[in-house]
Design a protein around this ligand. Structure first.
Ligand SMILES: Nc1ncnc2c1ncn2[C@@H]1O[C@H](COP(=O)(O)OP(=O)(O)OP(=O)(O)O)[C@@H](O)[C@H]1O
Ligand SMILES: [Mg+2]
Length: 156
């Protein structure tokens, strides 16, 4: 089942990220799908706000992985933000340690996850952002299981 919401500004996209962030738990993996400039990083920043991250969240375009100290209902977790756009081959996913982020004390957000498809956990949540430039965005939460459906049903 898909939940679709609209966002007409970057602030609104961040706010939807915040709404999702408030519903996340340790061990969650969220993939962020969408074109260049769709708003994936903006959405991730909203998640970071909800998780009270230490410091500003910047795009991991060149560094591939940024890690922050975050809080989930008072418990310290790591927020791991990846951008896999620059990877060329799926094997590089192992080299940079993507799977190390799929642990209970971390929440993991992945922009450009396509190349890592074979390594991603089944129970991940997919968020797709459609639109770019000054257009408004459609944000789609692709919910594939009942557990996520329960967790997100009061969000839209
Ligand atoms: N409704 C909107 N939601 C999100 N961003 C918007 C919106 N309207 C305009 N923008 C602009 O679009 C850009 C989104 O940039 P952002 O870095 O978040 O994209 P991205 O999907 O992470 O791109 P990349 O694939 O390069 O990492 C920003 O410059 C932002 O101001
Ligand atoms: Mg980005």
């Amino acid at each position: 089942m898909d939940y679709k919401v609209m966002s007409s500004t970057v602030e609104q996209t961040r706010e939807w990220g915040k709404q999702l962030g408030a519903r996340l738990r340790g061990g969650d993996v969220v993939t962020l799908i969408g074109d260049l400039g769709a708003g994936k990083t903006a959405f991730a920043q909203g998640v970071g706000q909800a998780l009270d991250v230490n410091g500003p969240m910047t795009s991991p375009t060149f560094t591939l992985i940024h890690e922050y100290v975050a809080q989930l209902t008072g418990t310290r977790v790591r927020l791991i933000h990846m951008d896999l756009y620059r990877l060329q081959r799926p094997e590089e996913v192992e080299v940079i340690g993507v799977e190390d982020a799929f642990v209970e004390d971390a929440v993991c957000l992945i922009e450009w996850p396509e190349i890592a498809e074979d390594y991603l956990p089944e129970d991940r949540l997919e968020v797709e952002i459609i639109g770019s430039g000054e257009q408004s965005r459609e944000i789609i939460f692709r919910v594939k299981d009942l557990a996520w459906e329960r967790r997100l049903k009061d969000m839209t």
